[in-house]
Every structure is written in structure tokens, then in C-alpha cells.
Design a protein around this ligand. Sequence first.
Ligand SMILES: [Zn+2]
Length: 249
Amino acid sequence: MPIRIVFHGELTGLLNNRGLSPEATRDLSRAAPVKDLIESQGVPHTEVGRITSEDLERSFSHVPAWGEIVEVHPHRPPVDVSIPSILFPEPFEEVGFVADANVARLGGLLRLAGFDCLLDPRWDDARIAEKAGGYKRILLTRDKELLKRNRVIRGRLVRSERPWDQLAEVIHFFGLSDRIDLFSRCPKCNVLLEGTEKSAVIDQLEPLTRMMYDRFTRCPGCGQIYWSGSHHGRIREKLAAALEQASKD
Ligand SMILES: [Zn+2]
């Protein structure tokens, strides 16, 4: 009697060899922790919200018996990473991210929206997974294999293609809309900006900026000076439009 794994909802779209076997049901003849069985079929464990068999909720380390039928369900957003669950018993006290290079622009937009996001295009997959696991950060990527690495605890396989849609997807998925703090963090260095007196930065301003603006912030990391110009309004509009769309999807 094989072990039967039944994938539900959006998880079916992540399965390997869908052309060969379009069914969302996979019969396996290998006894192993259910996490390994699920990932062997192409679904990273980070995408799984609930596992049940024999009317019981299961953890990733559960080893199914021969003939057992295991139901695998996706997350139901919003996913609050500070709440422990059977699958994710270690709560994350802070919401922080690591983005890999293929979603680098998303990383920059997260910082713009005030979220802590580590990002370095020089990091290889092992380093990224270590940053995510070691520092309890949510890994954001479009690479399924990266999410399957052992060190990774929480993550999200980013589905949207355009950076603003990706930002809205992440905010919506993790229920973070009330934590947005636009223009509070340096998009280049991920450091929180500090308020500064105009008189302290006046020498570094272009004449027009000096004339038109009175409120400034400064990055303690790179020294960049920021002010609230007309681009802020455009960014607010873009974010609002993307969030509205994400709430409809
Ligand atoms: Zn900076």
C-alpha cells in the first residue's frame, strides 16, 4: 500500500511533472518525514499551511504509515508569523525579510514601505538560506529550490511578476498593511532614517530643494538626505492601487 499525498488549492500548481501526472494526488512508496515527501513533489514546505491525516493535524516530521492518506493544504492569508502553529512552532518576534537577487526590486520597495529586508546580490543560495534561518527572517524568492533548503523556516514563493504587485502580494499575504511606514527606511542600506534640521544639511541641497522643502531625513548608514517631494504622492498612489488589486486577487 503506497502513501498517498493529496495536494489542495494553489499547491497543485507547484507540483513537478504536471504534464505527466495532472492529478493532485501522488502515490509514493517511500517512508520518510512528510516534509521530504511533499518537497520531492515540487512543493516547498514554506508554501504549506496545514497537513492532516487520520483526522489529526501533522507536523513536518510526521512519517506516514503505509497506506496513509495525507492531505496537504496551502496557507490561508493573512499569515501571522508571530503565532506558532503545528507546522511552524517557532514564532518570529519581528517581521523581517531576506530577498534573493531575483526579487531585488521587491526588496527595495519593502524598505521604502518601512520593512526590514536584507538583500545582497553577492550572496549565494547557502548564505541566503543561512540569513533566513539563523536570523528568523522570511525568505522571499521566485526560486522553489531555494525555499526547500533545510535552514529556511518561513518564506514565500513570490507569484507576481511586477515589483509593485509583488510588494502588495507580500503585504497582503502576511497581513502587514497596518505596519506600512513609508519613507522611514533607507532603500539603499535598510537602515532607519533620522530626522534632521534643515540647517544641518543645507550645504548639501540643490538651490531649488533648499527653497521648496523644510522637512528632511538623513540615512545614518550612507548619509543620503531625503525630503518629501512630489514623488512621495506618486509612490503613495502606486502602493494604494497595488494593494487594492491584491485584495481582489
Ligand atoms: Zn542609506
